[in-house]
Design a protein. Structure first.
Length: 398
């Protein structure tokens, strides 16, 4: 059960938040054990929980939290007070609960990075490592600003990609839906006269009738097959071998593969740059960067690069020769290592592949309309030659 509370503490003033406990008595005991004077405690209703978006913490929530924290720390606000201030503003109950515990741990002497590490589902290893480097080096304010900038860039980049793909996915879905509905409800009524005539039907007409008959009478079988394929793919994707095989297949697709490649290169290069700027050494930065690559093939490559760097090889040489890494990526890394400016070069690499992705998406959007016009033209041609033309010829004979 979740309980809303208002508490008072001498050095922090009046604070509010949410606590999870089996009963009000237990919730009260938990708060009093922490040295708080409880002013208000009330059970949170199910409707309020739903309205407050108490589900899983999203990337956007973490981005906002990091930016708010960096601003407050820059304004010389104490860390615990900054966390309590953010708790008052956030509507995501899961994040409120985590920040409450983190603030309590920090107030009682724990390091901020260690407290964050207790919530890997909210704060990934990448986030914790950057904060840890800033905390240990006394540069927490600077590191939080860098981390906020990078998280916002990554979030904006991924949001732009998803937004650009919504339109073509919607059009494809609409076309498929219209096609299936026509095959089930429209085509059978149009061909009744053709079937009753007893004449030999053209091959195209017979094909259309076969598809229409199958969808109309065996739609449940098609649904079972689709559900089976989706569930089977999801289950396979949860295994190491299955995920690797599916990700390899996706990278080989003509259009999708290029997009996946660019997204992973942007995430890896920008994340590695932020870690290095935060003071994390190269080997540890590469190890942490493994979790930032969404594609299993890229993860496997980064893991191999960690071993190569540990054995004395350069980062650029570790990636050169790979089929999934463009040559320009290795060349730019080589230049950065030789000049001693690898962090700056990683930033340039991230910007370069971000622009490449933007250009690719703009090109895709420009091609969508003519491609769909061609698809519609082919569909109309099949309908005319397979249904309307035989009906016209039968009418002329009659």
């Amino acid at each position: 059960m979740l309980y809303e509370y208002k508490i008072k503490k001498a050095d922090l003033g009046i604070l509010s938040g949410v606590i999870e406990a089996p009963s009000a008595t237990v919730a009260l005991s938990k708060l009093e054990e922490k040295g708080y004077q409880v002013l208000y405690l009330h059970a949170k209703s199910s409707a309020a929980i739903w309205l407050d978006l108490s589900g899983k913490v999203k990337t956007k929530d973490v981005v906002i939290f990091c930016r708010q924290l960096s601003i407050l720390i820059s304004a010389q606000v104490r860390l615990v007070a900054a966390l309590q201030s953010i708790i008052k503003q956030t509507k995501r109950i899961a994040l409120q609960k985590a920040l409450n515990e983190i603030a309590f741990d920090v107030e009682n002497g724990a390091r901020f990075c260690d407290s964050l590490a207790h919530y890997p589902e909210i704060f990934p290893p990448y986030f914790v490592s950057v904060v840890k480097s800033g905390e240990l080096s006394g540069r927490l304010e600077e590191v939080l600003n860098q981390l906020s900038d990078q998280l916002e860039k990554n979030y904006d980049f991924r949001k732009k990609v998803v937004s650009s793909l919504i339109y073509p996915c919607f059009i494809i879905g609409a076309l498929l839906a219209v096609g299936v509905l026509m095959m089930i409800f429209v085509i059978p009524k149009m061909v009744d006269s053709l079937l009753s005539s007893g004449t030999q039907l053209p091959l195209v007409t017979r094909f259309i009738l076969a598809v229409s008959f199958g969808l109309k009478n065996y739609w449940w079988l098609f649904m079972l097959i689709i559900i089976g394929v989706v569930l089977g793919t999801r289950r396979a994707y949860k295994t190491t071998g299955g995920k690797l095989a599916i990700d390899k297949f996706l990278l080989r697709l003509p259009l999708v593969g290029k997009l996946i490649q660019n997204i992973n290169l942007v995430s890896f290069s920008s994340g590695l740059r932020t870690l290095l700027q935060g003071g994390v050494d190269m080997v540890d930065s590469l190890k942490i960067s493994v979790s930032m690559a969404g594609n299993a093939v890229f993860r496997q490559l980064i893991e191999k690069s960690v071993l190569n760097v540990e054995n004395g090889s350069s980062v650029a040489n570790s990636f050169s020769g790979s089929k999934i890494i463009p040559r320009i990526f290795s060349q730019m890394l080589t230049t950065g290592e030789q000049a001693g400016k690898i962090e700056d070069v990683l930033g340039k690499i991230s910007e370069f592949f971000s622009r490449e992705t933007d250009n690719w998406l703009r090109g895709l959007m420009a091609l969508i309309e003519p491609i769909f016009m061609i698809i519609l033209g082919i569909a109309v041609a099949i309908l005319v030659s397979g249904i309307l033309l035989p009906m016209y010829q039968m009418a002329m004979i009659a």
